[in-house]
Design a protein around this ligand. Sequence first.
Ligand SMILES: [Zn+2]
Length: 450
Amino acid sequence: MSADPFALGSRRVITPAGEGPGVVVVAEGRIVEIVAPGDAPAGWEDLGELAILPGLVDSHVHINDPGRAHWEGFDTATRAAAAGGITTLVDMPLNCLPPTTNAEALQTKLDATEGRLHVDVAFWGGVVPGSEEHLADLHDAGVLGFKAFLCDSGVPEYGSFTPATAARLLERTAALGVPLIVHAEDPSVLAASPPSSDADPRAYRTWLDSRPADAEVAAIGALLDGLRTTGGRLHVLHLSAADAVEHLAQARREGLDVTVETCPHYLTLTAEDIPDGATDHKCAPPIRERANQDRLWAGLAEGTIDAIVSDHSPAPAQDKGLESGDFVAAWGGIASLQLGLPLIWTAARARGFRLNDVVSWMASGPARLAGLRNKGVLTPGAEADLVVFDPDATWSIDAAALHHRHPITPYHGRRVDGVVRRTYLRGECIVRDGDLPLPASGRTRRRDQV
Ligand SMILES: [Zn+2]
């Protein structure tokens, strides 16, 4: 299935060395070399001012398939990913049924992907109280690491650990050499601030007040204390509370192996601007105030935050509470898989960042934390996953035109900069001007084969 050799160049090629003119030479699905235009092979295609980026890596996606495929699914999610310039995504172990907490459940999921992947997909394993005995088998089956919750996961089949028992999990995942990835909100802090029964459930403030930043700070503090004892690797999922950034920076200075991600919604939406009843904005931890957002961007700038990933977690309109507008009852999850690159590029350039910063947060950063060595970077030997991106074209987001299953996103109507013109997966052009012309050619990927 390897496409013919080709070479693609422009004045804006984003490599680990930065941004500059270059030509990417591709053969048999891999990058052979990146050369100066004067040294390029005959017949190379000059894309001028269009940027050439590595395919993005989104290490936090809830595809919900099998079991809740009416919420999302492998075909729709991976189409959205491809159209958005993501060539590798990592599926979360919950919201699907069964949850991916043992090797049989992973096999059920692998079977469900058959012929339906438009990009490459790897998998996080799950761990819930009582499933710890399956960690080694699931690790052998190729998952990248294990996900645990410290608070209610939102689905009854996926239980949670206390901050104290999470330290024992760190010991186990350290022995396997993979990260423990954690939803870090402290349940005792959350229990102390439940949504008030006399508050308006349609007011965003009611939801925000029930998920205080202290819940994240306390949980992350407990996990870092555990890490100081156990060693091993910790990855903090979807950081929203900027108050935790300094704790994480301190842990890094101590030499602890901890990585952190945040999400486009925390970086581009603000609590002050969320209308009453706009439950398409509900997620946990929640979108916070503008001042908090500025400090998350500072965390990215200083390098404490490693990655920006979608946490795409859609649901049908009924579950999302769009008619009632009830923030307390609605499903918590943001649908944005196709939109991360233009959303972040628009916000990042306004703050003075460059395309290579965006690539480091959305491609090489997530690839590194997920242990995907040959993805997310334009370098000889890496898989030839490329994005041709027009950084100066502007457009308006239309939820109905997106590929994910339900036409719901908090970004509907938003004007953004940056259009994905083409996406290449292992040397094949799988997206061209918004169309996906080829049969699905994505593969499932094991930890030790990427
Ligand atoms: Zn998630």
